[in-house]
Ligand binder design. Structure first.
Ligand code: ZN
Ligand code: ZN
Length: 431
């Protein structure tokens, strides 16, 4: 009783910390859940647990700011426990869960339930996002202030947009007064109605109904104007179009507190994949044209896009086995995020690996102000260790998620997560 000291020594890794600019090979010592020493070479000291990180990258714990955990209410598809296990297997130490559960997280009661369940069962830190409107129905503003007091880190009606501009404006005023970012799922429902994939030559050829880029663009444009009017910290979820990139760049050039995230699937693959008629390529926003993908990558390179987020959206097999038009939108993403980002951004030479680390750490933390995403002596030991060249194949049958709806089943990756540490505890390691 008392006096117990737990120590973990990570040896000889390439430590990358975008917040401080650190990028050097050295050791990292964790004592009682906190970083006791960062960098340099440890002497002969013996820790209870030692990880040889030679040839690996040691980074701040990755943050996924856009995840669907399905609990409460849809536990057959995912739970806080299973989703968080998929998160740590994907290299994430913190995740933010969207409010479109059953019931919707539109009250402090549901927020507290999620936080309590996470405390009992989650493998990583879980930060709830509250709804913008009651039931995410887009009409009546949810009790944003009391949800903030209960622990939400942002508000969003993700899965749906706030269609009514007057409601959106009022919600932005509330979010601003409580100093919370408002995250919008940008989709004009009138323009996207009935669509199953990106509208373009491929949808015409396949005879599938299209979702035009304009459905995203008009809402990003409207919201940037409303963000300027209200002063809210405004964030575009899963940005996927060329014009949306240009408009976020415009907003930033005006000094507005506007930010954006991109998902790995939106920068790694295009709407050409729909040729397979596989519903695991069906999501919202849809996979876009090669020109859009190029623009999203340019937005990542230039800094217009602040964060990578997975939009991990589990659906059970039976839901995804229906005919294409009837299938729900969304794919899982936690376990393939690092592999896809390395493939599409780093190995392709678009960005250096330090920038990729920033997109998973300081990027989302700057938007949500979680006080995470950096390595510092005395700070929480949330750490992601990954590598650049380990070859592996993702198999949905081995996924920690309860759902298997990934288009990347059987995909061969180069580089991926190695060890995930939360508060000094190894919560996952590669077999
Ligand atoms: Zn969404
Ligand atoms: Zn989502």
């Amino acid at each position: 009783m008392g006096g117990l000291v737990s120590t973990l020594l990570i040896r000889n890794g390439r430590i990358i910390d975008p917040a401080s600019g650190m990028d050097s090979v050295g050791d990292l010592l964790v004592v009682n859940g906190r970083i006791a020493r960062l960098g340099g070479i440890a002497g002969v000291e013996v820790a209870e647990e030692t990880i040889d990180a030679t040839g690996k990258i040691v980074a701040p714990g990755f943050i996924d700011m856009h995840v669907h955990l399905r609990e409460p209410g849809l536990e057959h598809a995912e739970t806080i426990e299973s989703g968080s296990r998929a998160a740590v297997a994907g290299g994430f130490s913190s995740i933010c869960c969207m409010p479109n559960t059953t019931p919707v997280n539109d009250s402090p009661m549901v927020t507290r339930y999620i936080i309590e369940r996470a405390r009992q069962a989650a493998a990583c830190n879980v930060f709830p996002i509250g709804a913008i409107t009651k039931g995410s129905e887009g009409e009546e503003i949810a009790p944003i202030g009391s949800m903030k007091a209960a622990g939400v880190v942002a508000v969003s009606d993700d899965g749906r947009p706030v269609m009514n501009a007057r409601v959106a404006r009022r919600a932005m005023e509330f979010a601003r007064s409580f100093d919370l970012p408002l995250i919008q799922h940008c989709e004009d429902l009138n323009l996207s109605a009935g669509g199953d994939m990106h509208e373009g030559p491929t949808s015409t050829r396949l005879g599938l109904r299209g979702i035009p880029s304009a459905s995203e663009d008009v809402m990003v444009a409207r919201d940037i104007l409303l963000a300027e009017l209200t002063g809210v910290r405004y964030h575009v979820a899963h940005l996927s179009t060329k014009n949306a990139v240009a408009m976020v760049a415009f907003a930033k050039s005006r000094g507005l507190p506007v930010t954006a995230e991109a998902t790995p699937h939106h920068f790694a693959i295009t709407d050409a994949e729909l040729e397979r008629y596989d519903s695991n390529y069906k999501m919202k926003p849809p996979l876009r044209s090669p020109g859009d993908v190029e623009a999203v990558i340019e937005g990542i390179v230039s800094g217009v896009i602040d964060a990578i987020a997975t939009d991990h959206a589990p659906h059970t097999g039976s839901q995804k086995m229906q005919e294409f038009e009837r299938c729900p939108f969304g794919i899982t993403g936690l376990e393939t995020a690092i592999g896809l980002s390395l493939e599409a951004l780093v190995h392709s030479g678009k960005i250096p690996v330090q920038r990729m680390v920033a997109l998973f750490t300081t990027g989302p933390d700057g938007i949500l102000r979680l006080g995470r995403g950096r390595l510092a002596e005395g700070g929480d030991a949330d750490i992601t260790i990954f590598d650049l060249d380990h070859e592996w194949i993702f198999r949905t049958e081995n996924s920690c998620s309860r759902s298997k709806n990934s288009p990347f089943d059987g995909h061969r990756f180069r580089g991926g997560p190695y060890v995930t540490i939360v508060a000094g505890r190894v919560v996952w390691r590669r077999e």
